[in-house]
Design a protein around this ligand. Structure first.
Ligand code: BEZ
Ligand code: FE
Length: 278
């Protein structure tokens, strides 16, 4: 295996990794090497461009810590996160669709009673959120856990504020009829973090960093598949140019302005039965 050239090197690498013990890892690494090499050949990658790519990935690594996940952000803006969601959430059309998880979920959010104000001082216009959680046959799902998180009116999540206080996030449980409701603040469009390498990449490609206004939900109940999704605002200017490609028509709702200036949005979730409970 000497004197490899731009054509023969791919087979040489595949031959070297042919004894990978895990069959799945073998499939993934074979395909990755083939596509990566084909990509380099197709664009005729120069050494300077290779160096630039390595420096970019190094910056992505350096800025990533337990509060900021620039690799997920990179996957998001390249559409890889949403592609993975789309491929892995095939379910009946009546079920609520899934979308990207994003980097701002926090395990162990505070618990609230139904009707509570989960904003906890986050800045924004008051908004009531309500709806139901049901199964495919319309059966109400009692006790479903709804883990909710959203940004404030400045477009920042609580974890992006220095004080670390939980705001505009929380966990609630649906009642015996599958209903849920809580008070929070109006969701607004916001820019994903773009002061790092991913932001530089977006700029270099002439792309904006904006996401349409949304609420995040993770809905879980025994016997049903976990649903990770958003509810979007129908009047948002970025619905067709979401920086992370997460918008689905079925997740768009009308957020109704009330006489006192507050808002109300209603959204009903339909969960898919878990495969082993059918
Ligand atoms: C979010 O909606 O929280 C989000 C999703 C992807 C990238 C950045 C933020
Ligand atoms: Fe978000």
């Amino acid at each position: 295996m000497r004197n490899l050239n731009a054509e023969t090197i791919t087979d040489a690498v595949l031959e070297r990794q042919k004894n990978t013990p895990s069959p799945r890892l073998k499939v993934i690494m074979t395909s990755l090497v083939q596509h990566l090499h084909d990509f380099a050949r197709e664009v005729k990658l120069t050494e300077a461009e290779w160096t630039q790519g390595i420096e970019f990935l190094t910056r992505v690594g350096h800025i990533t810590d337990d509060k900021r996940q620039e690799f997920i952000l990179l996957s998001d803006v390249l559409g890889l996160s949403m592609l993975t969601v789309a491929m892995n959430n095939d379910k009946p059309a009546q079920c609520t669709e899934a979308t990207v998880f994003g980097p701002f979920h926090v395990d162990g959010a505070p618990h609230f009673e139904l009707g509570a104000d989960i904003s906890c001082g986050a800045r924004g216009i008051p908004c009531v959120v309500r709806g139901t959680v049901r199964g495919l046959n319309g059966e109400p799902i009692a006790g479903a856990s709804l883990d909710v998180w959203q940004s404030d009116e400045d477009g920042l999540y609580d974890v992006q504020h220095p004080d670390g206080e939980a705001r505009a996030r929380g966990i609630l449980h649906s009642d015996a009829e599958g209903r849920y409701d809580f008070k929070s603040i109006l969701a607004v469009p916001y820019a994903i973090p773009h002061d790092g390498p991913v932001g530089d990449l977006l700029k270099a490609m002439g792309r904006h960093p904006w996401r349409p206004a949304h609420l995040h939900f993770m809905v879980q109940a025994p016997g049903y598949q976990t649903l990770v999704t958003h509810v979007f605002r129908s009047d948002d200017p970025y619905l067709d140019s979401d920086a992370v490609f997460g918008v689905r028509q079925s997740l768009i709702a009308d957020w109704k302005r009330q006489d006192d200036g507050s808002y109300v949005v209603e959204y009903d979730f339909v969960l898919n039965p878990a495969p082993d409970s059918q």
